[in-house]
Design a protein around this ligand. Structure first.
Ligand SMILES: *Cc1c(COP(=O)(O)O)cnc(C)c1O
Length: 384
């Protein structure tokens, strides 16, 4: 059994993949070829926003909107500590400071009530509103943005976070690297906040065969600046540079691969819902003491991961699965606030108690649109 089965998908589209790759080899427009524009139009329409800007990774998709708004030294950007390093890394790379806000223990996503308190703590320089390390508060940072993450595929609580960011005058970025295909009611993932970033890393819900990403926005001005930043701050033409930018383009070959995979995507989103539902039913039957994923009403998860919570004994369960060759994974074992790279911020064990506790309880099971029912039964029987 594999943790994610990428081969089953390829078998379904191999001919179309070969044809599309050959077409790129024939036309030879390896940089910003027609497939790049076609993919951007296709995904913008799916998400329901006017602008989609493809780029070289999910990480660059997070950098572009921050860079476009000039976020840098002296600025505070609020985010969750329970995420992949890239979410906070982009803030630090630009010289701004990440302020970690604890999560809701049931959804694993940033808690809007604590977010509000953390913004106030930074504005007032007063840790009695929220336990931000004094070392950070002493810098007198200006709150500028929030990056909310849709962890494991479940959209964050945008119904509360969007109005909060509007009232506070903060830019909101949706980190949708794990949630493409998800929704809240009629609004698809990728349409929340001022800009949303997704990733095409192979194991993500809409993954390619290499690195890639996309930013979505309804803001035409922001879109134009991000398109320029993607190509070295280009102005009217290639040798007119109007700002400091990056080389952050998506390869034409990668866009061709993604277009071949697109024909399966809607079915795969449906299969992920079905397979997640099957795990939950099996667990409720055989392992009633284990906490299954929360799915608030009207929320559709992109189900990047199917993640359980063991209030006790997570590590023994994982060891037992390892011993019989059933793959599983811990996302994420260490909250970013306690990573060595962030030791300088002044966070301590106990600063963000929910994220720290949940990091010791979670276990992600083998999952994907093509996981077999017998494999799911075997995983749950092994755990039980
Ligand atoms: C994967 C991931 C990223 C980064 O995407 P890359 O394409 O690997 O750069 C950012 N945020 C989250 C939450 C991710 O899971």
């Amino acid at each position: 059994m594999q943790f994610v089965d990428l081969a089953a998908q390829q078998a379904l589209i191999r001919e179309d993949l070969d044809r599309r790759i050959k077409r790129v080899l024939d036309h030879g427009q390896y940089i910003m070829g027609p497939e790049v524009a076609e993919l951007e139009e296709t995904l913008a329409e799916y998400v329901g926003v006017p602008h989609a800007i493809s780029c070289s990774s999910g990480t660059d998709a997070l950098i572009l909107p921050l860079l476009a708004r000039g976020i840098g030294p002296g600025d505070a950007v609020f985010t969750t500590p329970f995420t992949f390093m890239a979410t906070a890394e982009v803030i630090s790379l630009l010289g701004a400071t990440p302020i970690f806000v604890d999560i809701e223990p049931d959804t694993f996503n940033i808690d809007p009530t604590q977010l509000q308190a953390a913004i106030q703590a930074v504005r007032e320089g007063d840790a009695s509103f929220y336990p931000v390390p004094q070392k950070i508060l002493d810098q007198g940072l200006t709150p500028k943005a929030v990056i909310a993450v849709d962890l494991f595929g479940l959209p964050a609580d945008y119904e509360r976070i969007e109005p909060l960011c509007q009232a506070e005058g903060l830019m909101l970025i949706e980190d949708a690297a794990q949630s493409f295909g998800g929704a809240i009611g009629e609004r698809r993932v990728g349409s929340f906040g001022d800009a949303a970033a997704t990733s095409f890393f192979p194991a993500k819900p809409f993954g390619g065969y290499g690195d890639g990403g996309m930013v979505f926005t309804a803001d035409a001005e922001l879109a134009e600046v991000m398109r320029s930043l993607r190509v070295h701050g280009q102005g009217a033409d290639r040798y007119d540079n109007v700002r400091i930018g990056l080389n952050a383009r998506l390869d034409t070959l990668q866009a061709a691969v993604l277009l071949a995979k697109w024909s399966l995507f809607a079915d795969e989103v449906a299969l992920r819902q079905e397979n997640a539902g099957r795990y939950t039913a099996l667990i409720k039957e055989q392992l009633p003491q284990v906490v299954t994923p929360t799915l608030p009403a009207r929320y559709v998860s992109g189900w990047a991961q199917y993640t359980l919570r063991f209030v006790q004994g997570r590590d023994q369960r994982k060891a037992a699965l390892d011993a019989i060759g059933v793959p599983s994974a811990i996302y994420y074992p260490i909250p970013l606030s306690l990573q060595a790279a962030y030791a300088g911020l002044g966070y301590r064990p106990g600063s963000l108690p929910d994220a720290e506790r949940i990091a010791e309880q979670v276990l992600s099971l083998p999952f994907g649109p093509y996981i077999q029912e017998v494999d799911q039964q075997q995983v749950i029987a092994a755990l039980a």
